[in-house]
Write a protein that binds this ligand. Structure first.
Ligand code: GAR
Length: 219
């Protein structure tokens, strides 16, 4: 791994399994990043324990204690800057960030979303995908802009949706893919291979295979 690791701050709200996947990727030497801080807006988030177990500074910034979004975000920015964070990773962070925050980290915030955007933005989307009857869903890693789940897409992974699925079953299938693609994308960013051209994101040296296609139900 050449050069200095990219200093990232990871924002969470809960379980933190994506955080764990990133930590594991770093530990295995597959992700050229260093997590200098984990921040949760939820005091009881299990991800805070994961951070502590791995010797990563973990901080709670409870949004309920701030009268406005801007004040909440100002506190986040203050901590991230103090920890020398160059890139912000939203890993199950369930608060919408405004331009106030994004201006502090321009083109330097990524999020993972458990659906194939632009389908199913928002929350509860695995269940919505099952109810809608789509044959495929998946996850999306994207840059964060001022819209909700609307920024330029870096990578997506696709999974099938079966008639017998519940939202929970599908969520687990998608989560397994989240754990695969999120650390990889962060490594691409750390290696300086990702650039944005308008809405499109170019990943330098990414492998492609034009023969890949899926049909569901299978034929
Ligand atoms: C993940 O499925 C992530 O995609 C989703 O929350 C879950 C967090 O799990 N994020 C969103 O819905 C963002 N709007 P984790 O805490 O175990 O990583």
């Amino acid at each position: 791994m050449a050069g200095k690791p990219l200093k990232i701050g990871v924002l969470i709200s809960g379980r933190g399994s994506n955080l764990q996947a990133i930590i594991d990727g770093i530990t295995r030497g597959e992700v050229a990043a260093e997590i200098t801080v984990v921040i949760s807006n939820e005091p009881g988030a299990y991800g805070l324990k994961r951070a502590e177990t791995n010797g990563i500074p973990a901080v709670v910034v409870n949004h309920r204690q701030y009268p406005t979004r801007q004040e909440f975000e100002t506190k986040l920015i203050e901590i991230l800057k103090e920890k020398d964070v160059a890139f912000v990773v939203l890993a199950g962070f369930m608060r919408v960030l405004t331009s106030h925050f994004l201006k502090a980290f321009p083109q330097r915030v990524v999020n993972i979303h458990p659906a194939l955007l632009p389908s199913f933005p928002g929350v509860g989307v695995q269940e919505k995908a099952v109810e809608y009857g789509v044959r495929f869903s998946g996850c999306t890693v994207h840059f964060v802009n001022e819209g909700v789940d609307a920024g330029p897409i870096i990578a997506q992974a696709v999974v099938p949706v079966f008639p017998t699925d519940t939202g929970e079953i599908l969520a687990d299938r998608i989560l397994a893919m989240e754990h695969q693609i999120f650390p990889r994308v962060i490594n691409w960013i750390a290696e300086g291979r990702v650039r944005v051209e308008g809405r499109r994101v170019i990943v330098e040296g990414a492998e492609t295979d034009e023969n890949r296609a899926w049909i569901e139900p299978a034929i």
